[in-house]
Design a protein around this ligand. Sequence first.
Ligand SMILES: C[S@@+](CC[C@H](N)C(=O)[O-])C[C@H]1O[C@@H](n2cnc3c(N)ncnc32)[C@H](O)[C@@H]1O
Length: 271
Amino acid sequence: MAVARQGQAPLNHGKINRCAAGAVFDTATWVGEAAGLVVVGYGGLSAEDGKMAGVAPDDPRYSTEPADPQAYTTANDRLYTRFARLYDIVVKASPVWRRWLGHALPAIRGPRVLEVSFGTGWLLTRYAGRNRTDGIDLNPALVAVARRNLARAGLQARLRQGRVEALPYPDASFDTVVNTMAFTGYPDGAAAAAELARVLKPGGRLVLIDIGFPRDGNRLGNTLVQHLWKPFGDLVRDVPALLSEVGLDVTDDEIGGWGSVHRYLATKPAA
Ligand SMILES: C[S@@+](CC[C@H](N)C(=O)[O-])C[C@H]1O[C@@H](n2cnc3c(N)ncnc32)[C@H](O)[C@@H]1O
């Protein structure tokens, strides 16, 4: 916005131009965020398999865990196999998605970093060169896409296929564990949180980006969680509570989607 200094007339043209530019930018951001949310929702799109029943949460806003975790995971996994290449294109083409994931970068500290559920590996290509990096993802097609992306970037990381529920690493292995847009797709949040915490070194940090209700309860953010994410099959949980239960100290920053996209930083107390 133009600011008139004392004794000067406001610079109207500049003001108009800047306001117009601001409006275009704001509109583009809104459209981008909405498109990003649809894309992410689509990424988490899951069949209803295994979703009925299960134990209902105390707070009715949160999702019920699937009664059949394996059926839930298998249905999602089929979609990732089918759309692995499209997913890669969408992530690379979406500035909003990349901006959300980019919020993880300043919080990543080495020397040893693990990314769980790296998908197409876009984020890996942003930090693997600076750290000794491991990665694990359930879907073999996405592991292959991520390997290609790293090779094209001239970077190395030890990538493997596997499950968050049984991470093949010893206790206290990593300084940072990264997890973006994946937690709401795990059928057992408590089991996933316990594994993510187990492999952190004392003093290490989990950087988790995913969906949650906006803290101020704003209508747009709430509506997106209730009527976009959840219907797409995402399991929306009280992530800070889950991470606290496994002994981590948690901070919660809202980073987009009208408060519906969060970055949780969860530190394992030093021994
Ligand atoms: C929505 S994608 C997010 C990918 C990437 N982190 C990003 O932000 O673009 C979810 C990822 O979680 C992985 N995933 C789903 N269930 C998993 C499980 N049980 N263990 C490990 N990875 C899993 C999928 O294969 C997929 O790569």
